[in-house]
Design a binder for this molecule. Structure first.
Ligand SMILES: [Zn+2]
Length: 69
């Protein structure tokens, strides 16, 4: 009986965790790719000092402190 439960746990646990992790990764990937193009393509600022791309609401480069306009 104990052996049966142990084997059931052993084969089911990792699979469920893998499925949960895979679902989470898919959700995170789709939400970030949905958000990014609209934010950066809208009014993106590219720093002239270092080339870092910032969203439209940024006024100063968060990397080198150069003013964005
Ligand atoms: Zn910069």
């Amino acid at each position: 009986m104990v052996y049966y439960l142990a084997t059931l746990n052993d084969s089911d646990g990792p699979l469920l965790i893998a499925l949960a992790v895979a679902a989470l990764v898919v959700i995170l990937a789709t939400s970030s790719t949905k958000k990014r193009p609209t934010m950066t393509a809208d009014r993106a600022h590219t720093c002239r000092g270092c080339g870092t791309v910032h969203p439209g609401y940024a006024n100063f480069c968060r990397r080198c402190g150069h003013r964005l306009d």
